[in-house]
Design a protein around this ligand. Structure first.
Ligand SMILES: [Fe+2]
Length: 308
């Protein structure tokens, strides 16, 4: 087996010459891990893969963790998180964008960002591909950082940003709310969908990747709330808001992002310490199933603000 690496559009790579069902030597495992740190986003096409194989393959990249939404994990394979559209639960994830009803759209985010301890990464495999739409976007925030001008880089070294968890998209300050309307069943608070609540988490505006040492722009639209005490660093609140608006727009530029159009058997692995992701959602009633495995985060990158 020898790996072939093809760049995707803008960021990430497609890895081919690879059969997940063949034995994976320790040399290939080391190469895969190195590629993950180098590119952050990896696509493997057309893999005929069982849940056991997905779990085994994911373990190459680190120990696996269970998602906090335990209700949707598979009983048979507790490491597997099944993301499913097209059933009864769709109504809770349905909202209106420019008057159109969309299920399961998610803004750019890093998983578990609001906990201060994001998972290290995750692997998605398409089991049932949506007949249309249902793309997953990935954004490389190390490349986005590298492209910033020097003045911005110097300023960001000093700043911290706070993330505030909420269930209502209209409470998020940096997502695009134009033309957005929640659906009649959109949750209003975490307990409506048996989700725990989380206090604010604070991150350095630039996080150094714990393994590669790359600098990562830690500014992602979902849950982003504010620069912490901007006046201490010579910025008014207004200036700090404009800075975050500019940086959120910067990270989403096409040159730092890749949108995966799923085919059956596709797998995508990303480094959640460096890459953000989003989903475009589907029209109601469209069946889509993705099996997800999650690689545990063993480093705390942010800090949770607790009552004194
Ligand atoms: Fe996610």
């Amino acid at each position: 087996m020898s790996l072939q690496i093809t760049p995707l559009n803008n960021v990430g790579v497609e890895v081919s010459g690879f059969d997940i069902n063949a034995p994976i030597s320790s040399e290939i495992q080391a190469q895969l891990k190195a590629l993950w740190y180098e590119h952050a986003i990896m696509v493997f096409r057309g893999q005929d893969i069982s849940p056991e194989k997905q779990i085994e393959f994911s373990r190459i990249f680190g120990p696996l963790e269970l998602h906090p939404l335990k209700a949707t994990t598979s009983e048979e394979y507790p490491e597997l998180f099944v993301l499913e559209n097209g059933g009864d639960k769709d109504k809770f994830f349905t909202a209106f964008y420019e008057g159109k009803e969309i299920v399961g759209r998610l803004d750019w985010h890093m998983d578990l960002h609001y906990t201060g301890r994001p998972n290290h990464g995750a692997l998605l495999r398409a089991v049932v591909v949506a007949a249309e739409d249902g793309l997953t976007g990935f954004g490389d925030l190390a490349k986005a950082y590298d492209a910033l001008d020097d003045d911005t880089k110097v300023l960001l070294e000093k700043l911290e940003v706070a993330y505030s968890f909420s269930m209502q998209r209209r409470h998020m300050r940096y997502v695009n709310l134009e033309g957005y309307q929640p659906g009649p069943y959109s949750p209003k608070k975490p307990s409506d969908v048996n989700f725990p609540d989380f206090p604010d988490a604070v991150y350095p505006a630039v996080v150094t990747h714990p393994i590669s040492g790359r600098k990562v722009l830690e500014i992602v639209e979902q849950f982003l709330d504010r620069v912490v005490t901007p006046q201490q660093f010579g910025l008014s609140n207004d200036e700090s808001i404009e800075l975050l608006e500019r940086l959120v727009a910067h990270g989403k530029k096409p040159e730092f992002t890749y949108f995966h159009e799923w085919r059956e058997g596709d797998m995508v692995l990303w480094d959640n310490w460096r890459a953000m992701h989003c989903t475009t959602g589907t029209k109601p009633g469209i069946k889509r199933v993705i099996n997800r495995t999650t690689i545990e985060g063993d480093v705390t990158l942010g800090r949770v603000i607790k009552a004194e």
